[in-house]
Write a protein that binds this ligand. Structure first.
Ligand code: PAF
Length: 283
């Protein structure tokens, strides 16, 4: 791959460690931005936030096989390393770590990280094993890089809670920075999987954010949680979503359901055909 001039590419853990520890010895702070590539402005916002928090930014691009279920889109997940590299340069990234599957999971690899209750509901219930895959690869990336801070999007809110928990539990010396979701003009949260939507589905997709805002307005107005959530679910189905996996008001840290209106997080996953759209907002 030919790289933009100011971006360095490393593919081994030894090279990654050498770069980051060299910066540390020179008194520079490093931010890590883990991604699976197919970069959009949401990822580049993470890189820009990393730049604000540190002197150097390392992005990782690795489509992690262990977080995909057997019927999920691992093999068709969009891959464009050269395009990603050009975008990373434009956002001010210094180093790209793009390991192969063999580097991340060499023969004999056997460990899996289970972060416990925060992973079992919601996405965890619909995607068995997903958060073990995420937790394992993120733990590896954090330990491999040894960065001072790591940036993750709030868009995958349960993932962010899982990562905060594992960093606390395993005493990994890194600051976790949650970065607000970047949205299209009509409110749709940016996601690499939006590319799978037909133009008709794309119109429907914009209703997710609008309906979640209506739900939040009704909760702020003091209406009871359960009827507001059922009305929101029905509104999503009426708008054209094919299924609603969950629409829930949850505690912002534990993700346990909140039966009464209270500050927390409204989380939702709704389906359009084979595409699952996730969103969440503070309440
Ligand atoms: O959010 C993602 O892109 C992935 O789940 C992550 C954190 C890079 C781990 O593979």
């Amino acid at each position: 791959m030919s790289l933009p001039p100011s971006l360095e590419l490393v593919r081994t853990v030894a090279d990654l460690r050498a770069k980051v520890s060299g910066w540390g010895q020179a008194g520079l702070r490093t931010a890590l931005v883990p991604t699976m590539g197919a970069l959009h402005d949401g990822h580049l916002t993470l890189v820009r936030r990393g730049r604000e928090l540190a002197d150097r930014v390392v992005a990782t691009v690795f489509v992690n096989p262990t977080q995909f279920g057997p019927n999920e889109d691992f093999s068709r997940y969009p891959r464009d390393e050269a395009g990603d590299a050009a975008k990373l340069v434009s956002a001010g990234c210094d180093l790209l770590f793009a390991p192969t599957v063999d580097v991340m999971y060499p023969a004999g690899f056997a460990t899996s990280i289970d972060v416990g209750p925060v992973t079992t509901r919601w996405e965890g219930a619909f995607r068995p094993g997903h958060f073990q895959g995420v937790a394992t690869v993120v733990t590896k990336l954090l330990l491999q890089a040894g960065a001072d801070v790591a940036c993750f999007g709030e868009k995958d809110y349960q993932q962010l809670c899982t990562i905060r928990q594992l960093v606390r539990d395993l005493d990994i010396p890194v600051q976790i920075e949650g970065v607000p979701t970047v949205r299209e003009a009509d409110g749709l949260a940016l996601s690499s999987r939006n590319a799978y939507l037909s133009s008709e589905q794309r119109q429907v997709a914009a209703q997710l954010n609008r309906i979640m805002r209506d739900v939040i307005a009704r909760l702020h107005g003091g209406e009871a949680v359960a009827p507001v959530l059922s009305a929101g679910t029905q509104a999503l189905l009426d708008a054209g979503f094919t299924a609603v996996d969950y629409l829930a008001l949850v505690d912002a840290l534990t993700l346990e359901p909140l039966p009464e209106p209270a500050p927390g997080r409204l989380i939702c996953t709704a389906r359009l055909g084979g595409v699952r759209l996730l969103d969440n907002m503070a309440v």
